[in-house]
Design a protein around this ligand. Structure first.
Ligand SMILES: Nc1ncnc2c1ncn2[C@@H]1O[C@H](COP(=O)(O)OP(=O)(O)OP(=O)(O)O)[C@@H](O)[C@H]1O
Ligand SMILES: [Mg+2]
Length: 237
């Protein structure tokens, strides 16, 4: 699903150039659930931005779903991003003035779907994350965990090839973080490919595989022997 070869990213700001990624080679298969860890400044978000088509690498190749994407135009990248990727962020990034269902409809608005189909799919996505009873609540009328579930519904509504999450539990307490991980695990069981950045070892151990970064390099790639499993049924379905 994701194949990266000798990927480099250099930021040129002012006098000093920062080499944030120093030649990363990795692949992530369809249906994998991967956590990315590493100290602050090790290049995790830089990698997520490149994998998420929000930024372009300085050198190296990136194949997403069997298509070479380095070198594509900004417009083409935006189209691919909308079609293939779903994003979840630490700060939810919802539109405050819009209800849950309207927030989830947004990616489909850009994709040009008809209003009734948008509504139907948004409701279905919110039901999948256990928010079928909160369709018309606005972000300030929902808890942090509920807002993150709206953000997950928005991320999955276009059926993305990959769900990318940068510190999705970073703003939540432990219990709510677990509920969010239950949803990711449920989506993973249903076949989703998930890449998740976290600082918390306990959160990372919900994934099947942990990639560790340090100073712009991938320093380890390990299989999680017994991933922490959270029953999803109290939250989902
Ligand atoms: N837009 C930018 N311009 C210049 N330098 C940048 C930019 N973004 C990141 N960097 C530098 O690249 C390096 C990697 O940053 P990155 O944000 O990828 O780290 P990170 O692993 O996500 O850290 P954190 O855990 O703190 O989020 C850092 O040295 C950072 O200062
Ligand atoms: Mg970061």
């Amino acid at each position: 699903m994701i194949e990266v070869n000798n990927l480099r990213k250099v930021y040129n700001t002012g006098a000093a150039a920062v080499e944030a990624l120093k030649g990363i080679t990795l692949s992530i298969k369809q249906g994998e659930f991967v956590a990315i860890m590493g100290p602050s400044g090790s290049g995790k978000s830089t990698l997520m931005n490149v994998l998420g088509l929000l930024d372009t690498p300085t050198a190296g190749s990136y194949r997403l779903d069997n298509e070479e994407v380095s070198g594509l135009s900004k417009d083409r990248l935006a189209v691919l991003r909308n079609k293939k990727l779903g994003f979840v962020f630490q700060a939810f990034n919802l539109i405050p003035g819009l209800t849950a269902v309207k927030n989830v409809e947004l990616p489909m608005l850009y994709a040009g779907l008809k209003p009734d189909e948008r509504r139907r799919k948004a409701v279905a996505a919110l039901e999948r994350v256990g928010l079928g009873e909160r369709l018309n609540h606005r972000p300030n009328e929902l808890s942090g965990g509920q807002n993150q579930r709206v953000a997950i519904a928005r991320a999955i509504v276009n059926n993305p090839a990959v769900i990318m999450a940068d510190e999705p539990t970073g703003a939540l307490d432990t219990r709510t973080g677990e509920e969010i991980m239950a949803i990711f695990q449920q989506l993973h069981r249903e076949g989703a490919t998930i890449v998740l950045v976290t600082h918390e070892p306990e959160i990372a151990r919900h994934a099947q595989r942990i990639l560790r970064f340090k100073d712009g390099l991938l320093i380890s790639d390990e299989t999680v022997e017994n991933p922490i499993s959270v029953a999803g049924k109290e939250v989902v379905g």
